[in-house]
Design a binder for this molecule. Structure first.
Ligand code: NAD
Length: 504
């Protein structure tokens, strides 16, 4: 490939996040206090929060204990009856106030997200709006938890199915969407009439706690929403053990999801899991390569590649393979790597060093096995959490990147010949979260929309998430759905009632 990467100039970034945080009007967003039973608890012990771009300390937060978690569960149980019995419209009004407060404080929340997670500020702003959208949507959906009536199979009887709240819920959330993954779960649980105890990821506690402050200000009653930060194993143990926790919603790796599912079995909790992805992105040679590249750029490089919907295997039909790879390399070369708080940045640091290391291992393995690599330029002064956006072409199925989720800005392109072949290759994986198909043939789009094994499929689009859609995966990508009426149902039980002996 003759293409020359664009050079980006080096700049001093240490202190950038701290400066932005110092300018926040809401000083309480930096207090690092957990919300337990209506009280803000700074904690006896504190954990350090770092800027993943520089590794510097930017704040301290409470390190809650297992005993704190037990207090939170008891408080949630006490708060349950009153919240459940509140009219859905009243619960909805509180959720709407919470959404409005998030939008009012969107800029400050976005700075918190970028400072601790690393994503470019524009993407963080988008996450706040996206996250608030779930609260707004579930505010209305709570009023639509319609049951059913059905024609009776028994003479003189009436049959009804009701939807009732399941009880106290728990959420364990990830660091890649530290705000939206909380509101997507809490919005549904609260709308359904369930209190929720949230344990955010330790990497991104500041934005989670700030969002909890706004929930408190919106009038969510004591014990109905609680937020505890600290060691994941210590804090999740009481949640998993306690019979009062009836539903558990988790977003994160398949490995941890499997573990939680096993532990939740002891108390037979209703478990919903949003786990890893390994999305196939199919490009047929009847499409304009430029249009497909635009989609692939969005599907691969959003959130610096740390997105469970990320296109991990980009299959391109032989007829447009070279044109696609050239256009893709040109687009990748334009991506600017830098601190998320610098305005021109497209790709920020990986939130965790382990994610950056996995990206590098996938690149090394692919190159060793014969892939061609092209990386965008990256300032040498950037720290170890940065990975230059990289295009790997001529990838084969035996390479690690074709078999495992990368979760970073590394795009793998694999050639294919026939439709039948690519469908078999796309489905030959234990993950089944999302998929993408680019084709101009309506017949093919309809055919493949049946055949691809995944929970969410974009046809000629890379953008399809939002509150009304059922977000979730097939196979080992998860259980249950978030968003949509199906997301509300995760926090509800069905009750069948038979009214008998009605004949006069
Ligand atoms: P992870 O599974 O280690 O962490 C996710 C959450 O689980 C965090 O809150 C973490 O503190 C907690 N956790 C970790 N170990 C735990 C344990 N032993 N007991 C209880 N809680 C524990 O996730 P990760 O590896 O840091 O994140 C990347 C993975 O998450 C990727 O595979 C990605 O696909 C997945 N993910 C999926 C979605 C989705 O919606 N499907 C969204 C974001 C991330």
């Amino acid at each position: 490939m003759a293409l020359q990467p664009v050079r980006h100039e080096s700049r001093h970034r240490v202190g950038l996040a701290s400066q932005h945080l110092q300018d926040l009007r809401r000083r309480d967003f930096l207090a690092g206090a957990a919300l337990i039973d209506g009280r803000w608890t700074a904690g006896e012990h504190r954990d350090v929060v770092v800027d993943p771009a520089t590794g510097e300390k930017i704040a301290e937060v409470a390190r809650c204990s297992a005993a704190d978690m037990s207090l939170a569960i008891a408080a949630a149980e006490r708060a349950y009856a009153a919240w459940r019995d509140l009219l859905p419209a009243k619960r909805g009004a509180i959720l709407r106030s919470w959404a409005l407060l998030m939008l009012e404080h969107a800029e400050e929340l976005a700075v918190l997200v970028t400072s601790e997670q690393g994503k470019p500020l524009a993407e963080a702003r988008h996450e706040i709006a996206y996250g608030a959208g779930f609260l707004d949507w579930f505010a209305a959906e709570g009023e639509r938890a319609y049951g059913e009536t059905m024609p009776s199979h028994k003479p003189g009887s009436l049959l009804q199915v009701r939807m009732q709240p399941i009880g106290v819920a728990a959420a364990i959330t990830p660091w890649n969407f530290p705000v939206a993954m909380i509101t997507r779960k809490a919005g549904a649980a609260l709308a359904a009439g369930c209190p929720i105890v949230v344990k955010p990821a330790p990497e991104t506690p500041l934005s989670a706690l700030a969002v909890a402050r706004l929930a408190d200000e919106a009038g969510i009653p004591r014990g109905v929403l609680q937020m505890l930060v600290g060691n994941p194993v210590e804090l999740s143990a009481p949640l998993l053990r306690d019979t009062r926790i009836r539903a558990l919603s988790f977003t994160g790796s398949t490995e941890v999801g499997r573990l939680l599912l096993e532990r939740a079995a002891d108390t037979v909790k209703k478990v919903s899991l949003e786990l890893g992805g390994h999305a196939p992105f199919l490009v047929f040679d009847d499409v304009d390569p430029q249009k497909a590249v635009k989609g692939a750029m969005a599907a691969k490089f959003a959130t610096s590649g740390q997105d469970c919907l990320a296109a991990n295997r980009i299959y391109v039909q032989r007829g447009i393979y070279d044109a696609f790879v050239d256009a893709f390399a040109e687009a990748v070369a334009q991506l600017k790597v830098g601190h998320g708080l610098e305005s021109a940045t497209d790709i920020g640091p990986m939130t965790k060093l382990s994610v950056a290391d996995k990206c590098r291992a996938h690149i090394d393995d692919a190159v060793k096995k014969g892939a061609r690599a092209f990386s965008a330029s990256q300032d040498a002064s950037l720290g170890p959490n940065f990975v230059p956006p990289t295009l790997l072409s001529d990838v084969t199925e035996d390479m690690l990147i074709a078999r495992e989720e990368t979760f970073g800005p590394v795009a793998a392109v694999l050639p294919f010949d026939s439709e039948e072949e690519v469908v078999a290759r796309a489905n030959a994986n234990e993950m089944g979260l999302a998929g993408y198909i680019y084709t101009d043939s309506l017949r093919r789009a309809l055919r493949l929309s049946e055949q691809i094994e995944c929970g969410m499929l974009g046809i000629n689009t890379a953008s399809f998430t939002g509150p009304p859609i059922p977000f979730g995966g097939w196979k080992q990508s998860g259980l249950g759905r978030e968003g949509s009426r199906h997301g509300l149902a995760e926090y509800m039980e069905l009750k069948y009632v038979c009214f008998g002996d009605l004949t006069a």
